[in-house]
Structure formats: C-alpha cells, structure tokens
Design a protein around this ligand. Structure first.
Ligand code: ADP
Ligand code: MG
Length: 695
C-alpha cells in the first residue's frame, strides 16, 4: 500500500484542491460561504463548477450527481454526464454554476408522508458547500439538501443544518454573556462508532431472510456463542483483516478519517470508528461509510450486515454518537476549562444538556426508533429504551455540592462558588457500567448510545441540537436580563440540577431494578417504535421544533407518517418472508427427514430390528410440524388482516400486538425442529456456519 498521506483525500474536492485550483478571489468568496454561510454569487459558482469539473475529469470522472439523503434512510443520486454536444460533432465536458447549485430530481418516488399531496411533485436539491464534493466510481458527487418545490424538507440534511444553526444562535447568546466576543460561530461535532457483522456471501445467498430483511428470522443458537468473551478485541482473522485494510484505503481516499477498528463482543461482529468532525460532514461520511462497507465486503466474498439484530440470542449492533459543542476559536464547550470562569461556562452548558435530555427524552428515543432497533433497546445488551444520563462520580459530586450549597473537594473542603473555584479535570470514565448508559458523559463529550447500526445519525443529532438550543434559549432569556450575572448564573445552574436530576443515573442500566426505579422517577419507557413515534406530534415537541425553525408542522406530520410506514412495511416484509420460508424450506425439510427416518425404520424392521429411535423422533418432528403448519397459517391470516388496515398508526399497533407475536410463535417450533433435524436436510445454513464461517 502506498503511503497513506499520499492518497488521503485524493478523491475529495477539499480545501487543498480549492486553494490550488481557484483564483484567490473566488476561493475567498467560497470560504466565506463555507465558514459563515454567506450567499454565493453566480459568477463564483460558475468558477467553482468549472474547477470542480476539471479536477473530476482529471480523476477519470464522466458524470456528476447531486448526492442527497431522502427519508428512506439511505442516500440517493441521479447521474448526469458532463458531455454536451459541440457544433462539429465532438463533445465538450461542461458543468455550470447553476448545475452545481441546484438540481431538480423528480420527488414523486421518494417518501414524503403526505407532503406531496399539498406540494408539487417536483423537488429540488441545493448544494451544501460545507460538505466537500467527492468522486465515487466515475461520478463527481455533490452533497446537497433535498426539498419540495414549496421549500419543505424531504431529506435529513436540511433539518440537521437548521438544528445546527439553532444551536449556534443560542450558544452565541450565552457566550456573549461570558464575554467571548471573538467567537463567530459554534458548531457541534460527532464521532460515530459503527458496529457491523461480516458473513460469508455464499452462505448469505442461501438465506432468503438475510436477502430480503437483512436479519435471520429463523435459526437456533450454535453450541458456542459469545459466552467465552473471546471475540471482543480478539485477534482479527486474516480475511477480516484484508477487508478492513481495503475498507480503510477506500475511506481514506474519500477523506474519511477511519481510525480504529476491532472485533466486537459477538462472533463475526466488528467496529469501525472515525475521528470526529463537524456534525453534517460526519453524517455524510457515516452514510458513505455504510455504503462503502457493503461494497468492499462484496469484493471479498463477504456481506456486511448493518441490521441492528441480525441474530437472535447474540449481541446486536449499534452506533455510538460521540457529540460535543465547540467554538470556531477552538474551545470545546463540554470540557471543563482552566479558570473558574471557564468552569462556570462549562457547567452551564452541561446543565443545558441535562435539561435537554430530560425535557426531550421522547424526541431522543423516537429519533432512533426503527423496527430493527426495537430488538436491541432493552434487550439486555444495548442501553434500555429508557433514556437516562451518566455523569460519573466526580462530576456528580460537583453537582451535588452546588445543589445543596454543600462543601466540595478533597482535603480542604470548600463551598463551591461559581466563578471563584476551579473544578478538577474530570477523568473520562472507563468503567464497564458506563457502557450501559444511553447517554454518558465521557470527559469532554457525550456519548449517545441508543442509535441502531443502520440509523442515519442525522435524526438523533437533529433532536439533540434542537433540545440543547431550547435549554440555552431559556437560560439566555433569564441571564440577559439579570442585574447580577454571577448570582443569576448560580441560580440557573442550581435550579436546573434540582429540576432535572431525575434523568441522571450512574448505576447499571441493564438492571431490571433500574427500569422500576426509572418509572418511579417518571421517566418514559417507550419500548417500541409505535410507542415512541407518535410522540413527535405532542404539542411541546411541535412547539419547540417549530420555534427553532428546525421543522415546520407539516414536515413533522410527514416524518411521523414516514417513520411509521417504514416500521409497518419492514415488519410486513419479515412476516411474509417467514411464511414463505416455512412453506418452501422448513416444512419440506422436516418432511424429507421424516421420510428418511421412516425408510430407515422400515429397513430395520425387515431385518428384525426395533426402530424405537426413529419412531420417537418421527413423533417429535410430526408434532413440531403440526405446530409449524398451524403457526404459518395463523401468521398468513394475520397478514391478511393487517392489509385491510389503512390508518398507519393503527397498523403499527396491529404489527406490534398481533403480527410480531405471531412471528415469534412460528419461529419457536421451527427452531426446535432445526435443532433435531439432520443437518443435511436443512435448507439454509445454520447460525454456527454464519457466525464462525469467516476465517
Ligand atoms: P471509545 O468510546 O470506544 O472508548 P473513544 O473515546 O476513543 O472510543 O472515541 C470514540 C469516538 O469519539 C471517536 O470517533 C472519536 O473521534 C470521538 N471523539 C473524541 N473526542 C470527541 C469530541 N470532542 N467530540 C466528538 N467526538 C469525539
Ligand atoms: Mg464508545
């Protein structure tokens, strides 16, 4: 492999390339747009487009696309070639500023959740100059936002950018009060840790459930699972190592800072973490990472499973959203500073996050709600479905002292006085129990751990940024009017701790007693997507999100509908796949085995040997076959009932209460039958082969 620094970012139209290929004045205008959101002049856009095209063509690109993130959760692109006919029959490679800035894909095939009814079918894409253009294959990809013609967002980038702007606005108000007049802008950063499974492609191809739904719908556990804890951080197998090496190279070319990789807890499970970057770029990069993970896997005869729960009884996959807020002057607002003043500022931002997480638990929960993630949250591995925060003992002691006006510190205990005393530097917590918290403070950032492995990180960050913007707004409203800033500040911090400390839980989040305790504290326990999603429409949520101009009311309504639609459709496909596999693979396999056993019994009888073993097994299998058949029929009937329901909310309840239990009722006897059937009769590869098959 060539030197990484030679090819890192080689497929990105990044700052280095811009500087080298744009005139000084064009570069300066573009930078102003990127850094401060200034409007872009068309002449500048034309010059940028020309340079981008020249650069892309020199790298072998023939096409360009506006790359966007519709509400399907994956990315979309419509390719146009650069060619344009010249009068003499030749072609020219052309790309204008107008084509760079705006595209007009047909919006009608993307989910809009009713927005289409009120707005025109045409949509448009608008260039996001803050996220660099890049080359994928032979195509120049331009990161864009995607809106309806009426300006309603049809994607995940638009509200994310709006939420970053909302947080920026409110954070600047607070920073001004602390005298930070040099700060021009505040941005959030994210480092998403991505978990995934790798399975052999030839085995994958034999399982319709993996092909259609991304997870196994049947399968009994192999004799060995993850109980020996021998996989986590274990030696990486050669085939996996080759995959990771190739993956890193592809990501690095795209300027994605893939940094760490290791085996995860479950067999065949791995993790990739990039170095953190600005949230909207991190979001684009994570989408690209997921896409490239799958592409590179195919080259290695592997399939990368991004589903939250590919295997029952084995740990699922999540995504840890490491999140912080920083100024353009390089100050991390979630890091305790060196001086008493910086400490007070840190504590204010800290309690703003505590208040935000408590006030908008429901928004954080529903931002990660999908059919896949429902299997994880609360399943004794991932964080529970209850949102709570972990601060660690040291920081907890500081907050306790402030709340109770009590002495704080080691040998010479003093009463915490904000603006006077210096806080200690908080060690990041490395204890095991912190891994059980959905929202943990890790020294200078928060780690939100409820995201599913296939989720776009946009949704969680939209809610997080907006909720924190709201806390900061309320604080700024009070503090701007205060006569005595220091005492008002102390009061705000103290009363916020008092009001919102119920959200803080430093114990083991996997413990059943915590769920009971959480309910006593009045925390929400929204177990499934149908429980969580409708909360988006609660007045307090609509009021907050519209007040900060993150979403319009219509956008909120459409999103609720799309997410629920996605949930019901996903589970419906799973249910259909189950009855199909039952009829075409499972029952025939059991039948074949019974026939073979009967034949053996007959042969034995002919030579005068008793066939007790065969008879026994035949009767067991026969009983299971009856159960499987009945459960298949029931599931088919329930699917037919589901199809008659037109209201999506009602349908989601039916899925949760009727379809999923009927699926479980079919899986149980099918897995039992698998466990006692001769493997050569079984029609799809076992868990054992899938989980331990990649060497
Ligand atoms: P782990 O949580 O597995 O122990 P690390 O703490 O090293 O791993 O980092 C996890 C992720 O957090 C990485 O993507 C890293 O870049 C990111 N990260 C580190 N510092 C910050 C920060 N200030 N803001 C946001 N993300 C950060
Ligand atoms: Mg982590």
């Amino acid at each position: 492999m060539a030197n990484v620094s030679d090819f890192f970012g080689s497929l990105v139209f990044d700052d280095r390339v811009m500087k080298a290929n744009l005139s000084a004045s064009v570069y300066k205008s573009l930078k102003k747009t990127i850094d401060e959101g200034a409007r872009l002049d068309i002449s500048v856009a034309n010059a940028v487009a020309e340079a981008m095209k020249e650069w892309a063509v020199s790298k072998g690109a023939t096409h360009y696309t506006h790359w966007f993130q519709p509400l399907t959760g994956i990315t979309a692109e419509k390719h146009d070639s650069f060619i344009s006919p010249a009068p003499d029959g030749r072609v020219l490679m052309e790309f204008s500023g107008k084509e760079l800035i705006k595209g007009e894909p047909d919006a009608s095939s993307f989910p809009s959740g009713g927005l289409r009814a009120t707005f025109e079918a045409r949509g448009y894409t608008a260039w996001d100059p803050t996220s660099y253009a890049f080359i994928k294959g032979k195509t120049l990809c331009i990161p864009t936002a995607f809106c309806s013609y009426g300006g309603e967002a049809l994607d995940k980038k638009t509200p994310l950018l709006r939420s970053m702007e909302a947080l920026n606005k409110q954070a600047l108000r607070i920073l001004k009060l602390f005298g930070n007049d040099d700060v021009k802008c505040v941005k959030t950063s994210v480092g998403p840790e991505q978990e995934y499974f790798l399975v052999d492609k030839t085995l994958y191809d034999q399982r319709p459930d993996l092909i259609y739904t991304g997870r196994t719908l049947f399968g009994c556990l192999p004799p060995k699972g993850q109980e020996l804890d021998d996989h986590y951080f274990g030696v990486i197998k050669p085939r996996v190592a080759a995959y990771m090496e190739d993956l890193n190279e592809e990501l690095w070319k795209l300027g994605i800072l893939a940094k760490t990789e290791h085996n995860e807890v479950a067999p065949a499970q791995h993790e990739l973490a990039p170095i953190y970057t600005t949230t909207n770029i991190a979001t684009d990069h994570n989408q690209l990472t997921m896409e490239i993970m799958q592409k590179v896997a195919a080259k290695h005869g592997l399939v990368c499973l991004l589903h939250e729960k590919p295997f029952a009884g084995v740990n699922g996959s999540g995504k840890h959203n490491n999140w912080s807020i920083a100024t353009d002057t390089g100050v991390n607002l979630l890091a305790p500073g060196e001086t008493p003043y910086e400490n007070a500022q840190f504590l204010l931002f800290l309690v703003a996050v505590i208040k935000a997480v408590d006030d908008y638990q429901d928004l954080l929960r529903l931002a990660v709600a999908t059919a896949g993630n429902d299997h994880r949250l609360g399943a004794n591995e991932a964080p529970p479905a209850v949102v709570s925060m972990f601060l660690g003992d040291e920081l907890q002691a500081v907050l306790d002292a402030i709340e109770n006006d009590a002495p704080y510190g080691g040998a010479e205990k003093t009463t915490m006085k904000l603006g006077v005393h210096v806080l200690p530097r908080f060690q990041r917590d490395n204890t095991d129990r912190n891994r059980t918290s959905p929202f943990a403070f890790t020294g200078n950032k928060f780690e939100f751990r409820m995201l599913g492995s296939s989720n776009s990180i946009a949704c969680a960050n939209i809610m997080l940024n907006s909720a924190v913007a709201e806390s900061l707004k309320q604080f700024a409203d009070i503090l701007e009017k205060a006569d005595d800033f220091n005492s008002a500040l102390h009061d705000v911090i103290k009363s916020t701790i008092k009001e919102h400390k119920r959200i803080i839980f430093n114990g083991n989040g996997y413990d059943d007693s915590w769920i009971a305790e959480a309910e006593k504290r009045g925390l929400l326990n929204l177990k499934t997507t149908p429980d969580a999603m409708p909360r988006l429409l609660d007045k307090k949520n609509v009021d907050m999100l519209t007040a900060h101009k993150v979403y319009s009311k219509a956008e909120i309504e459409s999103r609720t509908e799309i997410m629920l639609e996605n949930y019901v459709k996903t589970v419906n496909i799973e249910a259909l796949t189950m009855t199909d596999m039952s009829k075409k693979m499972i029952m025939p396999a059991v039948e074949d085995y019974i026939s073979s056993l009967a034949q053996t019994a007959k042969n034995k009888k002919e030579v005068g040997i008793e066939a007790k073993y065969e008879k026994n097994l035949i009767s067991k299998l026969g009983a299971l076959l009856e159960k499987i058949e009945a459960a298949t029929e029931t599931l088919d009937e329930k699917i037919a009932e589901y199809k008659k329901i037109s209201d999506v909310t009602e349908a989601s309840y039916f899925i949760r209460d009727v379809i999923i239990p009927a699926m479980d009722a079919l899986r149980a006897p099918a897995d039992e039958a698998e466990a006692i059937t001769d493997e050569k009769f079984w029609r799809y590869p076992t868990y054992g082969k899938l989980l331990f098959g990649v060497r």
